[in-house]
Each structure stands twice: as structure tokens, then as C-alpha cells.
Design a protein around this ligand. Structure first.
Ligand SMILES: [Zn+2]
Ligand SMILES: [Zn+2]
Length: 464
């Protein structure tokens, strides 16, 4: 079996791995590469293989850097099945539609810039129709149900505890009379999540492909984060200020809402109006409610006995732009949760433009902000930032809680690795900035001397 590492290797974005067994081939993940607009358009447009020859695609979860280039794959001739869990299929259906809108917007933006240089316009990577079409190719399978997906390969999903529906992908391979188990970790959660189950342990692993987003870093404890959030919210409300929380639509937003719900019920924060202002977040929350089979025992009980974990009387979900704009005029304390988490797109930019200049307000970050994003500049303490091209003074308080992360940190990844069963012979470390991946690979070598640990270069082919 050969695996070609075509994305998210020595970086975190654009997950894509081509698996070849005999004369058959399948794709693990088909993610969007996200970076500068022009570069991204170029990198995502062409595949270094013929999509028409693929037998199938297998997806670990619905984050856009793992599934976002599927509509383009279809457009370029892929007609096979896309295997995922049920929740991943439902999340992908709303996220790919949202991504199609962004693609159309980005193509217009790039075309405008090209027009100034006398260059012809660019086509969007894909449109809404492509996104809708590829959703029809999905075949959903539940956790722990082995399904043959192509000659010589059976797939089993095991819970990864990263986002709703996220899975580790187990490939049981038979090739030329030889049988072995290849485990792709997908993105691995921290464990002890408020909503999700812990990552499951996989037995009998021969070869491992493991993520390393935080392969060289440690997070704070989750318990502390609730305390930090309660304190920060209370202080701001006492000042009569607003709490602005930039959060990813899928996962972080629901976790923040559930945490605020718990803190309110425990009487640790007062009942102030809470708004979730992002159409994608509203849709994603509906998908969460449809999939209690993905919940851990605690939140499942809460849902059965107490209330909707993602709804409260004083919490309002907002879809319409008009309702969103009404928030600008609102007086008094409130909490506004909006996307995107890195503040690069979405309505959060309007809320920041409106509130970042007032020292009574708080901007509270609950997720990772990549370098050079608006979010990262605010977190870094820049005194002035540009929003929609205009400069804004940062007078609001700024806090950041990293323990809400959906990714295991170094020690949690190592604990996950140690719990795996089987005689692991070779490991590929992927999905991390180079420094993180190299540092985690070194840790694995110390842990298992004699095991071949590789951090593949982009495009590299590894034989198992
Ligand atoms: Zn992810
Ligand atoms: Zn990822």
C-alpha cells in the first residue's frame, strides 16, 4: 500500500492523502487549502491525480480544511462514494453550501484585482450546485460498523472526540495475501469534553498516521476555563459592557453556548441577553440537536432531564442581517457570539468595529487564531487594528482562553498514542505546523525507539 501526502503535511491546512492498494485508489480527506486568496485559488483548483479514477473518498470529519474541496473533486470528474459518519454528512451539507458562497465571493474579489492589471477574471473554485451535487454521493456509516469501501480495504470509524461526528479512520487492508491495519487519527480531541465523548482506543494497529496540531504545546485545564469565563463575563456585565466572543460556527459556538447555559444554571453568571449571530452557527446548532447519538453521557442526560443544552430563554439565535444590525443600537450588558473565530470573515467584524473602541467591553477569544489574521492581531495586543480597511483603536479588554481547544495537546496526544494497541511499525506525523510536527515526531522516537517515524514532505509517497 502506498500513501501520497498531498496536503496538511508540515502544515495544518488542506488535508488530502491518496491511498493506493493494488491498482485501486481512494482519497482520505479532500480539504480546502486556506491561505492567501490568490495562492489558495491556485492550489485548490487542480488535483495531482485524475479524480475520475478514484474509487471513493473517506472523511474523518466536516471541518472545511478536511472536506471543503469535495465539490471541486466532483466537478473534475469524481463519481464514487464519499464515506463519513451521519453527523459529518449533515454538517458537511451546510458547510459546503456556506463555502460555495465564500468561493463565489472570493473569485469576484480576485477578479476585480486582476481587472486592474488588465488580466481576465477567474472562475470560482465551485458553486452552490457543485456543493449540492456532491452531497448526493455521501454514504453514511455509524461508528464501529466495518464496511468494505474498495477491493482490499474495509473502513471502520471510531470516535475521535474532536467535533460532532468526528472519527478516527481504521483501514483494514488485504494486499497480495498480506493483511494489516492502518490507523488515520483524523483530528483528535482533548477528552473530557463538555459535549463529546472521549477519543476511542483502537487495537491491533500496524501503521499510524497521526495529527500533531499541538504536538509541542500544552493547553490549560478545561475546568479552569469555565472559572475564567465566569469571572470575565461577570466583570464586564458589572461595568455594563458587552462581551464579544468570536467563535467558529461548528463546535466552539455550541460549546460556548452550553458552558454559558451551565454557568447560568449554577448562578455563576447573571441572566443577561445572549445572542448567537451567524447563520451558519444557527444551522450547525440544529445539526447538533439532530445527533444526540454523538453526545457524551452527561449532556445526553441534561437533554433528557433538564432542557435543550443549546437554548435558554434569554438566548436568541439570529439569521437575518436586519436583526444582526439591530444589535448595534442595543444598550446595556449583553453577550454576542459570532463567527468567524479568527475574525477574518463573517458578522463578527461588524461587532468588533462597533465595540472594540469602548473600554467597558470585552473581546473574549476561545479558539486558535492563525498568524496574520485580525484575531491574532487583537490577541497580540495591537493598539490599533484595521477592520473593513479602516483603522480602529483597541480600547476594549482582550482575553483568550485556550483550553476550549478541540485538539489534544502534546501530553494528550502522547497519552492517546500510548493507549493504542498493536505492534506499530511505522508512523507518519501530519497536520501540524512544521515545528509542532517535528517536535512531536522526536517525542514518538524517544517513546518507541526503533519505530520508523516520518514527517512527510508535501507530495511524498510512503510505502506500507
Ligand atoms: Zn478539525
Ligand atoms: Zn484539522
Amino acid at each position: 500500500m502506498n500513501v501520497r501526502f498531498l496536503g496538511a503535511t508540515r502544515t495544518t491546512t488542506g488535508s488530502m492523502y491518496l491511498v493506493e492498494v493494488g491498482n485501486r485508489s481512494m482519497l482520505l480527506e479532500c480539504g480546502l487549502f486556506q491561505g492567501r486568496r490568490d495562492e489558495s485559488l491556485e492550489r485548490n483548483r487542480d488535483f495531482p491525480f485524475d479524480p475520475a479514477t478514484l474509487d471513493c473518498v473517506v472523511l474523518s470529519h466536516a471541518h472545511i480544511d478536511h472536506c471543503g474541496n469535495l465539490p471541486n473533486l466532483r466537478k473534475r470528474g469524481f463519481t464514487g462514494n464519499v464515506y463519513s459518519t451521519f453527523a459529518t454528512r449533515d454538517l458537511a451539507s451546510i458547510m459546503l453550501a456556506d463555502s460555495a458562497h465564500i468561493q463565489e465571493y472570493d473569485a469576484k474579489f480576485v477578479s476585480k484585482r486582476r481587472a486592474k492589471k488588465g488580466l481576465p477574471p477567474v472562475e470560482p473554485l465551485y458553486g452552490l450546485r457543485d456543493a449540492e451535487q456532491v452531497i448526493r454521493q455521501f454514504v453514511a456509516i455509524d461508528y464501529d460498523r466495518p464496511i468494505p469501501v474498495m477491493e482490499g480495504v474495509t473502513v471502520t470509524f471510531r470516535d475521535a472526540g474532536h467535533i460532532l461526528g468526528s472519527a478516527q479512520v481504521v483501514l483494514d487492508v488485504t494486499e497480495e495475501g498480506r493483511s494489516f491495519r492502518y490507523l488515520f487519527s483524523g483530528d483528535i480531541g482533548r477528552g473530557g469534553d463538555e459535549i463529546l465523548r472521549d477519543p476511542q482506543v483502537v487495537e491491533g494497529v500496524d501503521f499510524l498516521q497521526i495529527e500533531s496540531t499541538y504536538g509541542g504545546r500544552l493547553h490549560g485545564k478545561r475546568g479552569d476555563s469555565n472559572e475564567t469565563m465566569a469571572e470575565a463575563v461577570c466583570e464586564t456585565i458589572e461595568r455594563g459592557g458587552k462581551v464579544i466572543i468570536p467563535a467558529f460556527s461548528v463546535g466552539r459556538t455550541q460549546l460556548v453556548v452550553y458552558t454559558l447555559h451551565q454557568l447560568t444554571l449554577e448562578g455563576r453568571i447573571p441572566e443577561v441577553p445572549i445572542f448567537v449571530d451567524s447563520p451558519l452557527s444557527v444551522n450547525a446548532t440544529e445539526v447538533f440537536r439532530l445527533h444526540p447519538e454523538c453526545f457524551n453521557e452527561g449532556i445526553y442526560q441534561f437533554l433528557q432531564e433538564t432542557a435543550n443544552p443549546f437554548g435558554m430563554e434569554h438566548l436568541t439565535y439570529i439569521r437575518q442581517v436586519k436583526r444582526s444590525m439591530e444589535l448595534n443600537e442595543m444598550k446595556g450588558a449583553a453577550i454576542i457570539i459570532s463567527s468567524s473565530g479568527m475574525c477574518e470573515a463573517g458578522r463578527i467584524r461588524h461587532h468588533l468595529a462597533n465595540h472594540i473602541g469602548n473600554a467597558n467591553n470585552l473581546v473574549l477569544f476561545v479558539g486558535y487564531c492563525a498568524m496574520n489574521t485580525l484575531g491574532s492581531r487583537i490577541v497580540a495586543g495591537d493598539e490599533s487594528v484595521r477592520i473593513f480597511g479602516d483603522p480602529y483603536k483597541v480600547r476594549a479588554q482582550v482575553k483568550s482562553i485556550d483550553s476550549f481547544s478541540g485538539h489534544a495537546d502534546r501530553d494528550e496526544l502522547l497519552a492517546y498514542f500510548k493507549a493504542l494497541g498493536g505492534d506499530i511499525k511505522k508512523i507518519c506525523v501530519i497536520h501540524g505546523e512544521e515545528e509542532q510536527s517535528l517536535s512531536f515526531a522526536e517525542l514518538l522516537r524517544e517513546e518507541r525507539p526503533g519505530v520508523d517515524v516520518i514527517v512527510p514532505e508535501l507530495g511524498k509517497k510512503v510505502t506500507f
